[in-house]
Ligand binder design. Structure first.
Ligand SMILES: Cc1cc2nc3c(=O)[nH]c(=O)nc-3n(C[C@H](O)[C@H](O)[C@H](O)COP(=O)(O)O)c2cc1C
Length: 366
């Protein structure tokens, strides 16, 4: 069973032992102050090193790029040192790990970004979106996001420089590559989706213009560390964090074609986040396959059977299993042997310590 999931695959210059991806999952356990990856996170990722590829949790590229309290960064020397502990553990166990580079744009609150006003493609507030803050005085908790200001050309230049440096930092920290988080309503997504972008310059309006920021970010990442170490995550059909496109299939097929010209290692499609997206039509998946030449990863409520089917139909090359990896550190082994999967505790997903992070056991044959 599930044979195609266990065929090796080449990703950039890496040879991966299976097609199972642990997709990025924010767990909000970075050490404070400083938003540092730590020993506990190193143990957690090391336990999951049998995935063909791990994409580590969203990691802010700058203080302004942070949306939630307690998420890790990759812009300070101490953060690079923290991540080195993680990548060392994963590599010691024969695994491969990419960093997910994250700028949240408007999905934040001044308390998370040193009192500044958030930045976005446009001065449009995301409606009904909340973020988690810990401002030191009150109880940590969820608050509404605020109206952002439209990024100037200088802001755009600065954020491009931050992506460039973050990619270099990721390689210095021992990551095998980086995944640009262009999904789930965060900054790059705020440029792509028509209803989040009302700019009148060359970054807004036409589809070509709305893809320009993505194009420039990817170009600078490729310039920094090479196309073979760059992946991109897109979420075409979700409306997460209030980010909506009027014609998502057209927009994202064009985005896939654009990314193909950069010859990046992979395109990662987030189909669902939690349970809130429509099914991705097969015709759209075929269009994405046609548009993009590299490795295609899909994630969103897959199980062993549906993953196997997606790969053997030729629609996907690798499959991400998010929530299943939380409670099953040995997920590939369980899938291979048809062992039952443990359920995760939803109360320990975000924040806290080792409980719900590193204490899920491997399957025991009695
Ligand atoms: C706790 C949690 C945190 C997540 N954090 C991120 C994140 O940092 N970046 C991202 O792109 N997706 C994130 N996701 C989405 C997952 O990568 C994945 O796409 C989603 O869980 C659907 O896959 P699943 O049904 O196999 O869990 C998160 C999901 C969960 C459950």
């Amino acid at each position: 069973m599930a044979n195609s999931l266990f065929q090796p695959i080449q990703l950039g210059n890496l040879q991966l032992s299976n097609r199972i991806v642990m997709p990025p999952m924010t767990r909000s356990r970075a050490s404070q102050p400083g938003n540092l990856a730590n020993e506990m996170m190193a143990t957690y990722y090391g336990q999951r090193a049998s995935a063909g590829l791990i994409v580590a949790e969203g990691t802010q590229i700058s203080p302004m790029g942070q949306g939630y309290a307690w998420t890790p960064g990759i812009y300070s020397p101490a953060q690079i040192a923290g991540w080195k502990k993680v990548t060392d553990q994963v590599h010691a166990k024969g695994g491969h790990i990419f960093a997910q580079l994250w700028h949240v744009g408007r999905v934040t609150h001044p308390d998370n970004i040193g009192g500044e006003q958030p930045i976005s493609s446009s001065a449009l507030k995301a409606e009904n979106v909340k973020v988690f803050i810990d401002n030191g005085s009150d109880e940590p908790g969820f608050v509404d996001v605020v109206e952002p200001r439209e990024m100037t050309h200088d802001d755009i230049k600065q954020v491009l420089a931050e992506y460039h440096q973050a990619a270099l930092n990721a390689v210095e920290a021992g990551f095998d590559g980086i995944e640009l988080h262009a999904a789930n309503g965060y900054l790059v997504n705020q440029f792509i989706d028509s209803e989040a972008n009302n700019r009148s310059d060359e970054y807004g309006g036409s589809l070509e213009n709305r893809l320009r920021f993505l194009d420039e970010v990817v170009a600078t990442l490729v310039d920094a560390i090479g196309a073979e170490r760059v992946g991109v995550r897109l979420a075409p059909l979700t409306t997460l964090n209030g980010t909506v496109d009027a014609k998502p299939e057209e927009t994202y097929t064009a985005a896939a074609a654009l990314l193909s010209t950069h010859k990046i290692a992979y395109l990662h499609i987030a189909e669902v986040d939690w349970d809130d997206a429509p099914d991705t039509p097969e015709s759209f998946k075929r269009a994405l396959r046609e548009a993009f030449d590299g490795v295609l990863i899909y994630a969103g409520r897959y199980n062993a059977e549906s993953a196997e089917q997606a790969i053997s139909q030729g629609l996907a090359d690798m499959i991400g299993f998010g929530r299943p990896f939380v409670a099953n550190p040995d997920l590939p082994e369980r899938i291979k042997n048809g062992h039952p999967l443990a359920a995760h505790d939803p109360n320990t997903l975000f924040g806290g310590g080792e409980k719900g992070l590193t204490d899920y056991p491997c399957f025991e044959t009695k």
